[in-house]
Design a protein around this ligand. Structure first.
Ligand SMILES: *Cc1c(COP(=O)(O)O)cnc(C)c1O
Length: 340
């Protein structure tokens, strides 16, 4: 099987399992797990923020950030395709009492002027905009990367309006490796950043939220409310520390493999290789006779798993468990199906 559905399907390597087994642990709800504390401090330092908070999932890390940034009845603005309004099952509204409004899906190319025009000040009868969220890399657009000039303009327009800026950085590692932008430079642009250790980095579980010490202290309370207070979580944090030490730089290999897949499939008119910026290849099947589900079924029958993200769209994601041979095998199978 070549599993290209997501970079979440990776299994911990022997080295990672050894690090997990050897982890020093304590009760993290008491703040006594040294490995969790070390991971939180490490990730905060990488982004130049004061504090970090380990969370079981990226969704929880995002929602904790939003709950610290937007009071109930306030508004979040984000892209219509954003994970926070697409895949988090209404959490902002259900848990935070947060109203969400979206700009038309723009992937890695949000328009700061449009965002500025959408910001709603507090006033009689209005829903005040309290936070803007962006996604780096942008998942549903096929791993697009928002450039730092755009991010700086978003920072300027939100700061001028007293509105917070959150980054859903589930794959911000990939943007950092692809474009060489220092993580601290990204960190300086946002009030809060959530990152995933369980995507390309290959840890089995875990995300970290970074922000100011004051905000993270509030998020720590909210995490307990959400049921995310874990005990000897150092076993999991050790996997994250191992991933940061061993699996960050190698994301460049995943990007190269995604580019190779795109090159191999470009002749069938389903992807433009120059649009593949990181480890996600979005296939647009609208000019073919195949639907997304039909492609996924045919590929699955030949041992290649892809995900369906729309009626005419499929997604391929490279990761730690996909080597050059797996890419070549997937390319042959998918090309064979597209040629039929
Ligand atoms: C995967 C992902 C998350 C978090 O997902 P969890 O499954 O909750 O860890 C958040 N944002 C983006 C863009 C993602 O791709």
């Amino acid at each position: 099987m070549v599993d290209l559905r997501s970079d979440t399907v990776t299994r911990p390597t022997p080295g990672m399992r050894a690090a997990m087994a050897a982890a020093e642990v304590g009760d993290d709800v008491y703040g006594e797990d040294p490995t969790v504390n070390a991971l939180e401090a490490q990730v905060a330092a990488m982004f130049g923020h004061e504090a970090g908070l380990f969370a079981p999932t990226g969704s929880m890390a995002n929602q904790l950030a939003l709950q610290t940034l937007v009071p109930p009845g306030g508004e979040l603005l984000c892209d219509a395709d954003a994970h926070v309004v697409t895949y988090e099952v209404g959490a902002a509204a259900a848990y935070g009492g947060i109203s969400s409004r979206t700009w038309p899906a723009a992937g890695g190319d949000p328009d700061p002027d449009l965002v500025a025009a959408m910001l709603r000040p507090a006033g009689f009868g209005a829903v005040p905009t309290r936070a803007v969220a962006v996604e780096q890399t942008h998942n549903r657009s096929g791993g697009q990367i928002i450039g730092t000039p755009v991010l700086r303009r978003l920072r300027a327009v939100t700061a001028a309006a007293g509105v917070a800026l959150h980054c859903d950085g589930a794959r911000i590692w990939h943007a950092h490796v692809a474009d060489g932008v220092p993580l601290a430079e990204y960190g300086a642009l946002f009030d809060t950043v959530s990152v995933c250790l369980s995507k390309g980095l290959g840890a089995p579980v875990g995300s970290v939220l970074v922000g100011s010490a004051e905000r993270v202290a509030v998020a720590r309370q909210l995490r307990k409310r959400m049921g995310g207070g874990m005990r000897q979580a150092g076993v999991l944090a050790a996997a994250g520390r191992y991933a940061l030490a061993h699996h960050l730089d190698r994301l460049a290999d995943d990007h190269a493999r995604a580019a190779r897949l795109a090159q191999a499939l470009a002749p069938y008119g389903v992807v433009r290789p120059e649009q593949v910026r990181s480890n996600i290849v979005a296939l647009d099947l609208s000019a073919t006779a195949l639907s997304g589900p039909a492609l996924a079924e045919a590929a699955g029958a030949e041992g290649v798993l892809v995900s369906v993200v729309g009626p005419d769209t499929a997604r391929l994601v490279t990761h730690l468990d996909i080597d050059d041979d797996a890419v070549d095998r997937a390319a042959v199978v998918l090309a064979g199906i597209l040629r039929r």
